[in-house]
Design a protein around this ligand. Structure first.
Ligand SMILES: Cc1cc2nc3c(=O)[nH]c(=O)nc-3n(C[C@H](O)[C@H](O)[C@H](O)COP(=O)(O)OP(=O)(O)OC[C@H]3O[C@@H](n4cnc5c(N)ncnc54)[C@H](O)[C@@H]3O)c2cc1C
Length: 549
C-alpha cells in the first residue's frame, strides 16, 4: 500500500483522553503558561460521553487544581451525609459500624457527582484558558520520532473499509505532534498498552489487576430517596466465587446510582458478572429501594485494581502515562478520580518545567517522582495490601487483615510488607470442567433486565461498515481453544453482549463479534484467557453516549 500522507500539526503538549486526568493536565499547563499550545483529543462524541465512575468524588484533586471550583460553578452539588457498609447474605444484611473503619475510608467531605458532568465542566474551564479540545477524535496510532521517542499521535481516521483498507470515503486523519504526549486514556488504554510493552514499563512491578464495573441510573420513589446517602455492600451474591461488591449512591433529582464491581481474577469461567449484578438487585434491601422506580441508563467499564505495586514506570521518551492509564485507583475506597486529577497536575508541572528549559521528547522524571513520593503514592501505598490479601485469602481475611493493615499503614508501618498479586486476570481463569455452571435466575424485566435491553440504555453506536475494532490474533482460538477448555467465557464476561457462540447445524459452533454493542469497557482485552482479543479504537464519536454517569 502506498505511504499514507497526513497533515501534521505541532503542539507543545498533546493529550489523549478528556477524562479527569487529561483535562487536569490541560488546565494546569495553561494556568502555568497561557502561551503553551495544548490539545486534548477525545474519542467520545462529546466530552463526558464515555465517562463512567461511581461516583463519590474526593475533592482533594480539584482543590489543588482549581481552588475556587465552588465559585466557578463546578457540579459538586451533593455532599455525602451518610455512609453505610453492609455484608449481605441472600436475604439478610449485617451492618458493619463505621468506627472500626480506618479514617481513610470515611466519605465525610466527599461529594456524589456525575463524573461525566464534572468532565464537561472541566472542559469548559480548559477551553476558557485556551485549550483546544476535539471530541469525536479517536487516537488510533502513536507516531515515533527518529530516536525512538513518542512524538505524536494519529487521530481522526474515518471511513475505513470493512477489511481495514482505504476506500473512496476514507479520511486518513492527521498527525498531532507534541514536545510531550500525555496518555490519559483511562483503564487499559490501547495506546498506553503499546507504550507499556514497547518501553517495558511494567518490568520489576507487579502485574496490573482489574475489575469490571457495571452501573445503572435509577429514578426512584421520592419517599425512598435520601440525597447524599452512600451504601457499599460485599458478600451475596458473589460469595466465595469472586471478589467484588456494590455501591448505591443517592444523587440529586431522586436519582440513584446502583453499581456492581466484579474482580476479574475469578477462576470459574461460568461466572457471569452481568447476571451477578442483575441478581444483586433482587436482594430485599435493594429491591425495596428500587421498586416503583425505573432504570434510565446503563453502562460498564473496567476499573484498575493493582494499586501501588502495579503502577508501571510512568514515563518513556516523549510520553507520560496519567491517571488510570497507569492504574491509580485506591481500591478499598473505590476512588481514582482524585488521583487522576493530581496526576494530570503533576505531569503538567513537569512538562512546563521541561519546555521552559527547552527540552522535548525526553523522560519527565520529575513527574514520576511526584507521583510516587507525593500525595498519590501516599494514598495508594496505605491500601496496597487490601486487594492481594482478598485475592489470596478471601473476603473475611480481607476485612480483618486488610482492615488491620490499613490501620497500621495509617500509623506508618505494615505487618505484611508489600503483598504480591500473583497471576494476571486472564491466567486466573481455570478450566470449565473444574467448576460447576451457575444457574442464574431469568431477569424479571422490572428490577433486572436482559443484557441487550440494558445495552440499549447505554445509547452505544458504531458505524457498521468500519472494520471490527475487536481484533483476534487468531480467529480459530475462540472455538478451537476457548470453547472446549473454558466454555468460551467471552459470552459471559462481556457486559454488553458483544460475543456469542452460535451453533450452526452443519458447520458447528461459530464465534460472532457484535462490535456495534461495545461500550468500550475493555474487559475482553483483559480477561480473555488466551489473550487473543485486542481492543482497538473504533472511529471517533462511536461508542456509548452516557448522560450523567
Ligand atoms: C464502576 C466504577 C466505579 C467507580 N467509582 C469511583 C468513585 O466513586 N470515585 C472515584 O473517584 N473513582 C471511581 N472510579 C474510578 C474512576 O472512574 C477512575 O479512576 C477515573 O475515571 C480515571 O480517570 P482517567 O482520566 O484516568 O480516565 P477516564 O475517566 O477513563 O477517561 C479517559 C478518557 O479518555 C478517552 N480515551 C481513551 N482512549 C482514547 C483514545 N485512544 N483516543 C481518544 N480518547 C481516548 C475515553 O473516552 C475517556 O473519555 C470508578 C470506576 C468504575 C469503573
Amino acid at each position: 500500500m502506498a505511504e499514507i500522507e497526513r497533515e501534521a500539526m505541532e503542539y507543545d503538549v498533546v493529550i489523549v483522553g478528556a477524562g479527569p486526568a487529561g483535562l487536569s493536565a490541560a488546565i494546569r499547563l495553561k494556568q502555568l503558561d497561557a502561551d503553551l499550545n495544548v490539545v486534548v483529543l477525545e474519542k467520545g462524541s462529546e466530552v463526558g460521553a464515555h465517562i463512567l465512575s461511581g461516583a463519590v468524588l474526593d475533592p482533594c484533586g480539584l482543590d489543588a487544581l482549581i481552588p475556587d471550583w465552588k465559585e466557578k460553578g463546578a457540579p459538586l452539588n451533593v455532599p455525602v451525609h451518610e455512609d453505610n457498609f453492609y455484608m449481605l447474605g441472600e436475604a439478610g444484611k449485617l451492618r458493619i459500624p463505621n468506627f472500626p473503619m480506618p479514617p481513610l475510608m470515611n466519605n465525610h467531605g466527599n461529594y456524589i457527582v456525575s463524573m461525566g458532568n464534572v468532565c464537561r465542566w472541566m472542559a469548559e474551564q480548559a477551553e476558557e484558558l485556551g485549550v483546544e479540545i476535539f471530541p469525536g477524535m479517536a487516537c488510533s496510532e502513536l507516531v515515533y520520532g527518529e530516536n525512538g521517542e513518542v512524538k505524536g499521535v494519529v487521530a481522526g481516521v474515518f471511513g475505513l473499509e470493512a477489511d481495514g483498507s482505504y476506500g473512496p470515503n476514507t479520511e486518513p486523519g492527521m498527525e498531532l505532534h507534541g514536545k510531550y504526549v500525555f496518555l490519559s486514556e483511562g483503564v487499559r488504554g490501547s495506546l498506553s498498552k503499546e507504550v507499556i510493552a514497547k518501553y517495558d514499563l511494567q518490568a520489576g512491578k507487579e502485574v496490573q489487576k482489574y475489575g469490571v464495573g457495571m452501573k445503572e441510573i435509577w429514578e426512584i420513589d421520592p419517599a425512598k430517596h435520601k440525597e447524599g446517602s452512600v451504601t457499599h455492600t460485599m458478600g451475596w451474591p458473589l460469595g466465595s466465587n469472586a471478589g467484588g461488591g456494590s455501591f448505591i449512591y443517592h444523587l440529586e433529582n431522586n436519582q440513584v446510582y446502583v453499581g456492581f464491581v466484579v474482580h476479574l481474577n475469578y477462576k470459574n469461567p461460568h461466572l457471569y458478572p452481568y447476571m451477578e449484578f442483575q441478581r444483586f438487585k433482587h436482594h430485599p434491601m435493594v429491591a425495596d429501594l428500587l421498586k416503583g422506580g425505573k432504570r434510565v441508563a446503563y453502562g460498564a467499564r473496567a476499573i484498575t485494581e493493582g494499586g501501588y505495586q502495579s503502577m508501571p514506570k510512568l514515563v518513556a521518551p516523549g510520553v507520560a502515562l496519567l491517571g488510570c492509564s497507569a492504574g491509580m485507583v485506591n481500591v478499598p475506597r473505590i476512588k481514582g478520580n482524585h488521583n487522576a486529577m493530581l496526576s494530570g497536575k503533576a505531569a503538567a508541572e513537569a512538562a512546563f518545567d521541561a519546555i521552559k528549559a527547552e527540552r522535548s521528547g525526553d523522560e519527565l522524571a520529575a513527574y514520576e517522582t511526584e507521583v510516587r513520593d507525593g500525595p498519590i503514592g501516599s494514598d495508594l501505598k496505605k491500601v496496597r495490601n487490601v486487594k492481594p490479601i482478598w485475592s489470596k485469602w478471601g473476603l473475611t481475611a480481607s476485612l480483618m487483615l486488610g482492615g488491620l493493615d490499613m490501620w497500621t499503614n495509617t500509623l506508618g508501618f505494615s505487618l505484611f510488607g508489600t503483598v504480591g498479586h500473583g497471576k494476571n486476570d486472564a491466567d486466573s481463569t481455570e478450566d470449565a470442567n473444574k467448576h460447576q455452571p451457575i444457574d442464574y435466575p431469568k431477569p424479571d424485566g422490572v428490577l433486572s433486565f436482559d443484557r441487550l435491553t440494558n445495552v440499549s440504555f447505554a445509547a452505544t453506536n458504531h458505524e457498521e461498515s468500519q472494520p471490527c475494532h475487536l481484533r483476534l490474533a487468531d480467529p480459530e482460538v475462540p472455538v478451537k481453544v476457548n470453547l472446549p477448555k473454558f466454555d468460551e467465557p467471552a459470552q459471559r464476561y462481556c457486559p454488553a453482549g458483544v460475543y456469542e457462540v452460535v451453533e450452526d447445524e452443519t458447520a458447528g459452533p461459530r464465534f460472532v463479534i457484535n462490535f456495534q454493542n461495545c461500550v468500550h469497557c475493555k474487559t475482553c482485552d483483559i480477561k480473555d484467557p488466551s489473550q487473543n482479543i485486542t481492543w482497538t479504537t473504533p472511529q471517533g464519536g462511536d461508542g456509548p453516549n452516557y448522560p450523567n454517569m
